[in-house]
Ligand binder design. Structure first.
Ligand SMILES: Nc1ccn([C@@H]2O[C@H](COP(=O)(O)OP(=O)(O)OP(=O)(O)O)[C@@H](O)[C@H]2O)c(=O)n1
Ligand SMILES: C[C@](O)(CO)[C@H](O)COP(=O)(O)O
Length: 227
């Protein structure tokens, strides 16, 4: 049984504006709806747990989509806290060995074929797996004035996307360990790496973009209207 976990408790400070970006409409639906539908329309995904901010006044109250349960919980101050809260809130019949797909609500353009490939690799690797893409641009290190300091070697460097797929129990323990040591992890794989685990990288579509700033919204809208 595979469940999706969607951290959706962010404030969107880099995006700005009154409306939390996960509720901004693109191609006729809120970002979060696109992300939820991509996951729940996959036949291997049984349901979704969404982590919302305690004062979220915009959650539409969905309890199911695509005939599958959509549950909610209260997230936390950091993305990792929201993911941990969602893992803890999953139904009791989602065992410690169950695969969980953690996906940003701010990534609306997720494709089913990427989900399927990620599940196949994560199911075969005890260490789990994440979607990503190898860096294809030259990488520069900048100073505080945005002047080039150096060109960084990009061999074996990848951009990490989501979903990130791990077993519920192992990921919960890894996130708890990071929190106990005061380490803020920026993705689930970082928590697993800290436990000595080496998750697999699965090359996914580069258009699995995260809407972070206003410039991303127009591209997301364009991409979603092409589907
Ligand atoms: N405390 C937090 C912070 C982020 N997120 C979620 O994690 C995803 C990726 O985070 P990001 O793009 O950084 O969203 P925000 O934190 O809202 O953006 P910002 O950092 O600009 O405030 C988003 O779906 C966001 O809602 C979350 O659930 N809980
Ligand atoms: C999880 C993530 O999307 C992988 O690239 C990224 O780390 C989220 O970063 P954010 O600053 O919380 O958006």
């Amino acid at each position: 049984m595979i469940w999706a976990v969607l951290p959706a408790a962010g404030r969107g400070t880099r995006f700005g504006g009154e409306v939390p970006k996960q509720y901004l409409e693109v191609a006729g639906r809120p970002l979060i709806a696109h992300a939820l539908d991509a996951l729940l329309s996959h036949p291997r995904v049984a349901g979704a747990m969404v982590a919302l901010s305690a004062d979220d006044a915009r959650w539409p109250g969905w309890t199911q989509r695509h005939g599958k349960p959509v549950l909610r919980c209260v997230g936390g101050g950091e993305r990792a806290d929201s993911v941990l809260a969602a893992l803890r809130a999953l139904p009791d019949d989602v065992g410690d060995d169950a695969l969980v797909l953690v996906h940003d609500a701010a990534r609306p353009n997720l494709r089913g074929e990427d989900i399927g490939r990620l599940i196949a690799v994560a199911s075969a690797h005890a260490a789990g797996a994440i979607l990503g893409a190898p860096l294809r641009d030259t990488l520069k290190r900048a100073d505080a004035d945005a002047r080039i300091v150096s060109t960084e070697p990009r061999t074996y460097l990848w951009r990490a996307f989501t979903p990130q797929a791990f077993r519920r129990g192992a990921l919960t323990a890894a996130l708890e360990a990071a929190r106990a040591e005061g380490v803020v992890v920026t993705d689930e794989a970082m928590a697993m790496e800290r436990m000595g685990v080496r998750p697999a990288l699965v090359e996914g579509r580069e258009d699995n973009l995260k809407v972070t700033t206003q410039a991303d919204l127009g591209l997301a809208d364009y991409l979603l209207r092409q589907r």
